[in-house]
Design a protein. Structure first.
Length: 129
């Protein structure tokens, strides 16, 4: 006998009285949305707190590793949203670093002073009248 026939037999038989279950009360939509919003806000706050904590821990570790001061950021010049020129001092020597969206493009060591570079250049000759 198929299962649906048993269900029909059970409903129509006087030996097996059947009473359908009562419907549950309607869901409180405002309460459900309030709980959902609060849980989402708490989750986002916890994620933000974890991100902040990791950044603080990483920053302290990086600063602690650079106690000798061998690599010092002198200046940073953003050229646009993705490109920048950075002036560093590595072991007391100035270095210019060019970066873009893909990473490091060039590293150029500079003279500590430009006096030697200026002395090596010849003055321009005036144009003949």
């Amino acid at each position: 006998m198929p299962p649906f026939a048993l269900a029909l037999f059970a409903q129509t038989s006087p030996a097996f009285p059947y009473a359908p279950p009562t419907a549950p009360p309607p869901t409180d939509l405002f309460g459900a949305l309030l709980r959902l919003s609060l849980l989402a806000a708490i989750t986002l706050a916890i994620c933000g707190g974890v991100i902040w904590w990791v950044r603080q821990a990483t920053r302290k570790r990086i600063l602690a590793a650079n106690t000798a001061g061998r690599l010092v950021l002198e200046a940073r010049l953003p050229l646009d949203a993705r490109n920048a020129v950075v002036l560093l001092r590595a072991d007391g020597h100035p270095v210019i670093v060019a970066t873009d969206a893909l990473g490091l493009k060039s590293i150029t060591p500079l003279e500590p002073t430009f006096d030697a570079a200026l002395d090596a250049t010849e003055p321009p000759t005036p144009a003949a009248p």
